[in-house]
Design a protein around this ligand. Structure first.
Ligand SMILES: C[S@@+](CC[C@H](N)C(=O)[O-])C[C@H]1O[C@@H](n2cnc3c(N)ncnc32)[C@H](O)[C@@H]1O
Length: 212
């Protein structure tokens, strides 16, 4: 039937588009590589209005959260306060060029970059957050500070993602372990911790992603 053939073709086309978008996103230099498929799954599942990506660097995680064009993705960074000027400029230039390429190919249209000191960003922040991704400095103190600062802006069943749980077990990992909420850990690629009071969602992530 003509309609069935058409819909088969368009689903093949969107699969091919997704594969090429993923190929591009995964080509960005980052230790976050390996979590893209989960980001796509989560944004489709939750249909979030607001995602905050703390520490966008070259924008891999920001693009992965933005790819399904669900709500708005806010990438926030002030770059390494102590790093060299060249290092900061390079990361920022890469983020701009990666995002602009993704916009040109129609992969994303929902990304907002905020560049500035954390305290300034927080002072002006008003949106309620569905997904908060913390990928910032790797100390216990820094992660706790981020978590505590943003907590009042989270929706009741928000999902908090914390990267580097496995690569920094005594710092980031310790903070993740202490959180008294249902959680799931992706142990691959430096470890991505997922925390939410939405038990059903955590169980679903477990079913979907836990290898037997
Ligand atoms: C590991 S990178 C983030 C990687 C990114 N999520 C990705 O997908 O590739 C950490 C980021 O946190 C930022 N960062 C770390 N400490 C910071 C601080 N004290 N103030 C502002 N930004 C900071 C860095 O500029 C850097 O871009």
């Amino acid at each position: 039937m003509a309609t069935a053939t058409l819909s088969k073709r368009s689903s093949k086309q969107s699969e091919a588009e997704e594969a090429s978008a993923l190929k591009f996103i995964s080509s960005i230099d980052s230790t976050w590589k390996g979590h893209e498929k989960f980001a796509l799954w989560l944004t489709q599942k939750m249909q979030p209005k607001t995602i905050v990506d703390l520490g966008f660097d070259r924008a891999l995680s920001t693009l992965a959260f933005g790819y399904k064009n669900q709500g708005h993705v806010f990438g926030i960074d002030w770059f390494y306060e102590e790093g060299s000027y060249a290092e900061k400029s390079f990361a920022l230039d890469s983020a701009f060029s990666n995002i602009s390429y993704a916009i040109r190919l129609n992969y994303v249209k929902n990304i907002h970059l905020i560049i500035g000191p954390h305290s300034d960003v927080l002072k002006k922040w008003t949106r309620k957050i569905d997904v908060l991704h913390i990928d910032w400095a790797h100390t216990y103190r820094a992660v706790k500070y981020q978590y505590d600062s943003w907590q009042k802006h989270l929706k009741d069943e928000a999902v908090i993602l914390i990267h580097d749980v496995v690569s920094h077990p005594n710092e980031v990992g310790r903070f993740f372990t202490e959180l008294p909420f249902p959680k799931f850990l992706f142990p691959n690629d430096h470890g991505l911790g997922v925390v939410s009071s939405n038990v059903a969602l955590i169980q679903e992530i477990e079913r979907e992603f836990k290898k037997i």
